[in-house]
Design a protein around this ligand. Sequence first.
Ligand SMILES: [Fe+2]
Length: 249
Amino acid sequence: MIKNIINMLNIKLNLLHSILNGSAHPNYFLLIWQLSIAQPFLFNLLIHLKLMLYMKSKKENVASNAENTKLSYGPLEKKMAKGENLFHDLFINALKDIYWAEKYLLKALPKVAKSATTTELRETINDHLLETEEQEKKLVRVFELIGEKPQGKKCEAMEGLVMEANEIINETDAGSYSRDAALIMTAQKIEHYQIASYGSLKEFAKTMGHHDAVLILNEILEEEKKADQELNEIAISRINEQARTEWLS
Ligand SMILES: [Fe+2]
């Protein structure tokens, strides 16, 4: 008799399992309720075991799905999982480029200033040299603000522009206005490279929410724009006109 009841309960609890899986007819709820009244102890014991088995199989399914998701990661997902953001990498690389460029200018500008014909150009370059020293420190602060180590990465463009300035010094007559006109043109190319770099860096930082870094980058950007304007001013106010009057001797 008891054996029959247990068998019957088992059949009905299998149906309960089907209901939990969403595959049985809801009318079976009524039968299970009747059985729970007839044999409450056995019913409780069996339902407990069934629920444990059900939860175990669900847990295994979740673990298996997670494993499958992990295995399907591509290169981008792997980078995201490790917290490597591509836009952040781009920002850091550009920052390293301009940091290298500023340090390189600190070595190169004294020779350019010394080679200038006019006091105006020499003073303008020397003033910007002092500003460049401060800009290097400001860039170190930007690196710190975004949690990166200050590090330079060779800037081919700046190396090329400094090479151009040295060529001008070698190919023009010392003491000529033409030398200054040519040096101003190259110095303005350098400024324009920096204006483009700091302009983009500032926008990158803004997009990523590095608000303190934006303020510093904008400060340097304005200094570069001012230096460009000053170079332009001395060229058009006097030096270009004086260079026009120079002839090969
Ligand atoms: Fe600069």
